[in-house]
Design a protein around this ligand. Structure first.
Ligand SMILES: Cc1cc2nc3c(=O)[nH]c(=O)nc-3n(C[C@H](O)[C@H](O)[C@H](O)COP(=O)(O)OP(=O)(O)OC[C@H]3O[C@@H](n4cnc5c(N)ncnc54)[C@H](O)[C@@H]3O)c2cc1C
Length: 362
């Protein structure tokens, strides 16, 4: 979120400095792992649709300006129990916005996507408007655009604290103090330590991404395989991708929102055996197109608000500090649009997106 904000502000001619305690793209936070799902029939709430539509436009602009390939359109299938939040929510949002989609029952799901085991009584929504973003490529592209538009960006510099006064904000870092008219705090899992006297009820949970070898690579070719989310029973929410790096690179799948609270500062990034066991059980039960043992795995952080919706707002009591907590495991797709929105808040412009659902909630 910080990088797209930096690029937007620089493109608008603002004098802007970005500071990151590591050197993005890195593997300590929430924006690594090669792929992120983008989808439009948004189960989490129909109010996300304008945000994802704007994000697609801005990702496309970033592609044009940098010559990078950031988004691959694959279509998306969201299937599970008809009453599951993903299926019921996607159908409701598609209806609200009149989005192009198909509804598929179990037999049709089995025919179209033979790499799943689909029990009877399931329902799926397929949409063409889904696809894959490549997060590391997106970050590098946004950084290049930011720098070439005049932004300064300091890596391996940690923000230690800030004080906002009538004249501006003083930011203390490991490389000295900086003064600014406004600051944007988009620190992901580390946001709580920068919020001072106005805490947000955020919980950081470590997640694991797995890559499995496909038994039949042709079925997972991105030309025929969409992104997928499955909620076949109350205990199980999984998602996955085509074989984006060719059959040898494996197929990335993961469980959504595993409860595993961690401190981002002291966490052990090693994959927990119980997470591997749970993932393997889901693969054996619902993804027989994959071999049973993972090729590799990596951990990553969700920073969850209690209702899993984002917070994009001024810090209570001062318009000099803008705050973004846009994870809860589903923020990346929107980053291009959220960068614009945060840039608007930082310059007192009215954003083109309704931010009411994303107001500060203690
Ligand atoms: C496993 C996993 C799967 C996901 N899948 C999807 C998906 O399919 N689709 C989707 O849309 N979203 C998905 N998400 C969510 C999405 O990736 C996140 O919402 C998004 O990447 C969060 O970006 P961020 O900028 O808030 O955090 P980050 O990318 O972590 O950035 C925060 C930055 O702040 C820096 N920082 C922190 N503290 C300080 C400090 N004191 N001083 C200086 N710098 C600091 C950090 O170094 C870091 O670079 C997923 C997330 C995970 C973990």
């Amino acid at each position: 979120m910080g990088m797209t904000t930096l690029a937007t502000l620089a493109r608008r001619g603002c004098r802007v400095l970005g500071v990151d305690r590591f050197a993005p793209p890195h593997t300590r936070g929430s924006s690594h792992g090669e792929s992120r799902i983008i989808r439009e029939a948004y189960a989490e709430g129909s109010f996300y649709v304008p945000l994802v539509r704007r994000a697609r436009e801005v990702w496309a602009e970033l592609e044009r300006e940098t010559g990078e390939s950031l988004l691959l359109e694959t279509g998306g299938i969201f299937w599970g129990r008809p009453e599951s939040p993903m299926v019921a929510g996607s159908i409701a949002t598609a209806a609200t916005w009149g989005l192009a989609h198909e509804i598929l029952e179990s037999a049709e799901l089995r025919r179209r996507f033979p790499f799943f085991t689909v029990p009877d009584g399931m329902l799926g929504l397929f949409e063409n408007a889904s696809g894959v973003l490549f997060p590391e490529v997106c970050l590098r592209a946004a950084e290049r655009l930011a720098r070439s538009s005049g932004a300064e960006f300091l890596t391996d510099v940690r923000v230690l604290g800030w004080e906002a006064g009538d004249r501006g904000v003083t930011v203390r870092t490991t490389q000295g103090e900086f003064s600014a008219g406004r600051i944007v705090l988009a620190a992901g899992a580390w946001l709580p330590e920068l919020l001072g006297a106005s805490p947000l009820p955020l919980e950081v949970h470590q997640q694991t991404l797995f890559w499995f070898r496909a038994r039949n690579g042709a079925l997972f070719d991105p030309a025929v395989c969409p992104i997928y989310i499955g909620e076949p029973d109350e205990e199980c929410a999984f998602y996955g991708f085509p074989a984006l790096g060719g059959a040898a690179g494996g197929v990335k799948v993961a469980l959504h929102n595993v409860r595993n609270p961690v401190d981002p500062e002291s966490r052990d990034p090693t994959v927990r055996p119980e997470d591997t066991a749970r993932m393997c059980a889901v693969v054996a039960r619902y993804l027989p197109g994959l071999e049973p043992a993972p090729l590799r795995a990596v951990t990553c952080l969700y920073t969850n608000t209690p209702d899993e919706h984002f917070v994009i707002d001024y810090l209570p009591g001062t318009r000099r500090v803008v705050v973004a907590s846009c994870c809860s495991g589903h923020g990346f797709k929107f980053a291009a649009a959220i960068g614009e929105v945060l840039a608007c808040l930082a310059t007192d412009e009215v954003p083109g997106i309704d931010l009411t659902p994303f107001r500060w909630r203690e």
